[in-house]
Design a protein around this ligand. Structure first.
Ligand SMILES: Nc1ncnc2c1ncn2[C@@H]1O[C@H](COP(=O)(O)OP(=O)(O)OP(=O)(O)O)[C@@H](O)[C@H]1O
Length: 259
C-alpha cells in the first residue's frame, strides 16, 4: 500500500524552482532514503512531505488524502520529524526534552501518565541516555543533542519517522547505534522511515528504496540496487567512484577512486 503518493510536486522559493515535477510513492514499511548532492532539494522535499511547507503546486497524498486535509494533531501523532539542526541548545534536561515527544498524545496541559513515563524511560535506557537524564541539553555536544532529538522523536511513537541527516555529527560507533535502533524500531513496530542521507554506504546498508535527486529533479528512484550504480552516482556527484560489494551484507558500497 502507498503511504505517501507525490504527484507532480513543485516547490519554489520566489522565482527559484527548488523541486521540479517530482512524482513518486513511498510504501508502508519502507526504509526510504533520499540522496543527492548539496543543494539538490532533499531537505525541502522532506519539509514538504512532513507538512511543514505547503507545495507551490502538485499533490502530496498521505493515505490517499491530501496532506493539508489532516489536522496538525493527526499529523503529529502520525509523523515525527528530526530536522537537520536537531535539538537547539535549550536550558531543559534530556528527560524533559524526550518527554516533549509525548505532547501530541496528551490532553491540553495534562501531565505525563504512567504509560507516557514508561515510553520515555524505555527510550532513555535504549539510547544510553539514562545516566545523563538530568543534564541540561545546552551542555551537550552536537552529536549528543542529535541522539536526544532522536529519542524525542521516538517518544512520539510515530507511524512515520522522517530524519534529515541523522548521522551528521556522529562518530562511527554512534552512527551504528542510531541506525541500528532506527532499523530495530522499523522491524519491531512496522514504522515507515524516510531519511535524507549523505553517506551512500549507510543508505545501501539500511534502506530498501532510494530516491536520487539532482538540482531539484529526480534522477532515478526505486530499489536500492537499481539506484546505487557507479555510473549514475559518478555522474551526479561529479567525482569518480568505485563500486564494491560489501563482503558480509552483499550490498553495493562506494569508495572514492583516490586519483
Ligand atoms: N528558505 C529558503 N529560501 C530560499 N532558498 C532556499 C531556502 N531554503 C533552501 N533554499 C535553496 O534551495 C536549494 C535546496 O536546498 P535544500 O536545503 O533543500 O537542499 P539539500 O539537498 O537538503 O542540501 P544539503 O545537502 O546541502 O543539506 C538550495 O539552493 C538552497 O539554497
Amino acid at each position: 500500500m502507498n503511504l505517501f503518493e507525490i504527484q507532480n510536486l513543485n516547490q519554489h522559493y520566489g522565482s527559484f524552482a527548488v523541486l521540479r515535477n517530482l512524482s513518486f510513492a513511498i510504501s508502508q514499511g519502507d526504509m526510504f532514503g533520499i540522496i543527492g548532492p548539496n543543494g539538490s532539494g532533499k531537505s525541502t522535499l522532506i519539509r514538504t512531505i512532513s507538512g511543514l511547507q505547503p507545495p507551490t503546486s502538485g499533490k502530496v497524498l498521505l493515505m490517499d488524502r491530501p496532506l493539508s486535509s489532516h489536522t496538525s494533531k493527526e499529523l503529529a501523532r502520525q509523523i515525527a520529524v528530526l530536522e537537520q539542526e536537531g535539538t537547539p541548545a535549550l536550558p531543559f534536561t534530556i528527560e524533559q526534552i524526550v518527554s516533549m515527544g509525548r505532547y501530541p498524545w496528551l490532553k491540553p496541559f495534562a501531565d505525563l501518565g504512567s504509560h507516557d513515563k514508561a515510553v520515555v524511560e524505555n527510550i532513555l535506557v535504549k539510547l544510553n541516555l539514562g545516566p545523563k537524564r538530568s543534564q541540561k541539553v545546552s551542555t551537550l555536544s552536537g552529536g549528543q543533542r542529535q541522539l536526544v532529538s532522536l529519542a524525542r522523536a521516538m517518544a512520539q511513537e510515530p507511524r512515520i519517522l522522517i530524519l534529515d541527516e541523522p548521522t551528521t555529527y556522529l562518530d562511527i560507533g554512534h552512527q551504528s547505534l542510531v541506525m541500528d535502533h532506527v532499523r530495530q524500531w522499523h522491524d519491531e513496530l512496522g514504522i515507515t522511515v524516510i531519511m535524507v542521507l549523505h553517506d551512500l554506504n549507510i543508505a545501501a546498508q539500511y534502506c530498501n528504496r532510494i530516491l536520487l535527486l539532482d538540482q531539484g529533479e529526480i534522477v532515478t528512484w526505486g530499489k536500492k540496487e537499481d539506484v546505487l550504480r557507479e555510473e549514475t552516482l559518478t555522474q551526479v556527484y561529479k567525482t569518480d567512484l568505485v563500486q564494491v560489494h560489501h563482503p558480509k551484507l552483499g550490498v553495493p558500497q562506494f569508495l572514492l577512486s583516490g586519483k
